[in-house]
Design a protein around this ligand. Structure first.
Ligand code: PRP
Ligand code: GUN
Ligand code: MG
Length: 168
């Protein structure tokens, strides 16, 4: 069957736990301190909200603006739409933009057009989006879909010995 345009074929998943996300956000904050101080943070909603909150605490920044860009429905990439502009950030001078990840780089490209003077940082970067971010913590392969802690829940799985087809 042919894929519909924009449909992804995810070969792998990378699950990020709350602990890991917190650690990665703190690592990013450490590399941001020498690049500051910042007038404020622009969180790219929704994925950038929690990383931005953690980083804001670490770098002692209390002015938080948001930009809302919708690009994906589940794993399907669509036409990006800006639902809310970051009015308080002007052209981005002195501001730090935070998102959870760059994948194709489309979201980052739009955000950069609106805030050309801001620094853009994210936790995870796939190769296509990597050139669009100034800073990131972990590179993720392009064929891997990152499962954030807010996307997932612990699930009961039966012991191996009880799986159908297993003798005994
Ligand atoms: O580099 P790209 O290919 O543009 O993908 C990266 C963007 O995709 C996700 O946001 P999404 O549009 O799913 O919205 P959300 O943050 O509300 O989950 C993620 O949070 C990034 O913002
Ligand atoms: N959760 C999640 N959202 C995305 N948006 C674009 N790429 C990804 C990804 O790998 N994981
Ligand atoms: Mg997002």
């Amino acid at each position: 069957m042919q894929p519909s345009p924009g449909t992804r074929f995810t070969a792998n998943y990378a699950t990020v736990t709350w602990d890991q996300l917190h650690r990665d956000a703190r690592l990013l904050a450490e590399t941001l301190i020498p690049r500051g101080p910042f007038k404020g943070i622009v969180a790219v909603t929704r994925g950038g909200l929690i990383p931005a909150a953690i980083i804001a605490r670490e770098i002692d920044c209390r002015l938080i603006e948001t930009i809302s860009v919708v690009t994906y429905d589940e794993e399907e990439q669509g036409k990006p739409t800006v639902l809310k502009a970051p009015a308080a950030a002007g052209d981005g001078e002195g501001f730090l933009i935070i998102d959870d990840l760059v994948d194709s780089g489309v979201t980052a490209q739009i955000v950069r057009q609106l805030l050309p003077k801001a620094l853009l940082a994210c936790l995870y970067a796939k190769p296509s989006g990597r050139p669009l971010t100034d800073l990131f913590v972990v590179e993720v392969p392009q064929d891997t879909w990152v499962l954030f802690p807010w996307d997932t829940a612990p699930l009961f799985i039966p012991p191996l010995a009880r799986k159908s087809g297993t003798p005994g």
